[in-house]
Design a protein around this ligand. Structure first.
Ligand SMILES: NC(=O)c1ccc[n+]([C@@H]2O[C@H](COP(=O)([O-])OP(=O)(O)OC[C@H]3O[C@@H](n4cnc5c(N)ncnc54)[C@H](OP(=O)(O)O)[C@@H]3O)[C@@H](O)[C@H]2O)c1
Length: 370
């Protein structure tokens, strides 16, 4: 743990895949962290956060440095009592707004409430922290998808396209929210914006708190749910390890030059679909679709049930396979971008199988078979 005084952090989205890792990272570096969280499935907000930190094997003395405040970002002042609100305003030196609805199939209304209105509420809260407290940074978790992934193109870090082409409501509302944050960035709020790509497990262990888009795609393509699929093996999706994202955010909020900048937190090389299909060499029980040259591809190759699954998969995956060229000049100045290797992909699958997300009988490595 670092010896110098670490900033007190106020964090939204601490139960999320990225948010939980940001929480861990700051606790490990000696910060006190206040989080806003919700109860769910009979578990209190406090119990949910403590369960995540236990899963991360964080020592008990560090786990005590988190203060959990129950609330929702869609409420003014996040629904906090006067005392809770005052506590955050007084204590927060860094405000990290990570909470969002990230489900790519979510409705316009759900996305607008959480992603746009939630960000408006966070900005208002941050202004009060700045005016009446000691806030020195407001970090906003945007996404590389906020530039719109429904078309190919070159996306700079320090701006958003004027005519974006969105694949879903998630992208549209992340764009609207980032646009608002950028307005504040030009004003009095000390803003840093981070845009991760599709975030996956830890570099060394594969660990992640929840399984998103990437894992859903692997489950569909690797478990025999589709008999045929267009041959898109040369296409790429950018994935990035969650520990890199947390480290980069920590670093970006530490260095003075990052103020007012935007960072594409992405891997250097991304992941070719070919590498995903090649996992069948490691996991021989995977049942991947027969790949059909694009010129011969037709939905009629699939059964009725498969066509339904394909329709579900298409809006999730195809936009992300467009040729998005992302500027990474700012991010590379911050940290060396990670590489995605076949060994790393194997580690991700093994963790997801151990955690019960992917079927263990399918994702059993050849070298572990009797
Ligand atoms: N994961 C990725 O691949 C990825 C890629 C690019 C950008 N991002 C961005 O990075 C940020 C973090 O993503 P993530 O992967 O951690 O997301 P996630 O796993 O889907 O978690 C979302 C978080 O937001 C919270 N949340 C949603 N609505 C809320 C509300 N009304 N009030 C309070 N909390 C609310 C959730 O709380 P509950 O647990 O209570 O629902 C959860 O903690 C998001 O802004 C996302 O857009 C993520």
């Amino acid at each position: 743990m670092s010896k110098r005084k670490q900033p007190t952090v106020f964090l939204t989205g601490a139960t999320g895949a990225i948010g939980s890792r940001i929480l861990e990272h700051y606790l490990l570096h000696g910060s006190e962290v206040l989080v806003v969280a919700r109860e769910r499935d009979g578990l209190s907000a406090e119990d949910r956060i403590q369960a995540l930190l236990e899963e991360a094997e964080l020592p008990r003395n560090l786990r005590r440095k988190v203060a959990v405040l129950e609330g929702s970002i869609t409420e003014p002042r996040f629904g906090f009592s006067r005392a809770e609100y005052g506590r955050v305003v007084k204590a927060a030196e860094i405000f990290i707004h990570s909470a969002a609805v990230t489900n790519l199939g979510a409705s316009a209304e759900e996305c607008e409430r959480a992603n746009f209105l939630g960000t408006e509420n966070a900005l208002e809260f941050a202004h009060v922290c700045r005016r009446e407290g000691q806030l020195s940074r407001f970090a906003y978790l945007s996404s590389y998808a906020a530039s719109g992934t429904a078309h190919s193109g070159y996306f700079p870090e320090d701006s958003l396209p004027t005519k974006p082409n969105f694949a879903n409501e998630y992208e549209r509302t992340k764009y609207l929210a980032e646009t608002r944050v950028r307005e504040e960035m030009r004003g009095s709020l000390p803003v840093v914006i981070f845009r991760p790509s599709v975030t996956v497990g830890d570099t060394k262990t594969g660990r992640i708190a929840s399984f998103n888009l990437f894992y859903q795609v692997v489950r569909i393509l690797g478990c025999g749910m589709l008999s045929h699929w267009p041959d898109l093996r040369g296409r790429k999706v950018n994935i990035v390890p969650v520990d890199f994202v947390a480290r980069a955010i920590y670093r970006g909020l530490e260095v003075a030059w990052a103020l007012g900048r935007t960072f594409h937190l992405v891997s250097r090389n991304g992941c070719l679909l070919r590498d995903l299909f090649d996992l069948v060499k490691v996991f021989p029980h995977m049942r991947i679709p027969r790949l059909v040259p694009l010129a011969h591809w037709s939905l009629s190759l699939l059964s009725q049930k498969e066509q339904m699954i394909h329709r579900m998969l298409e809006p999730y995956l195809l936009p992300y396979l467009n040729d998005l060229r992302l500027e990474t000049r700012n991010a590379e100045r911050l940290l060396t971008l990670p590489d995605i290797s076949p060994t790393f992909l194997r580690r991700l699958m093994e963790y997801a199988a151990r955690a019960g997300y992917l079927p263990a009988e399918v994702f059993r490595p050849a070298d572990a078979l009797p």
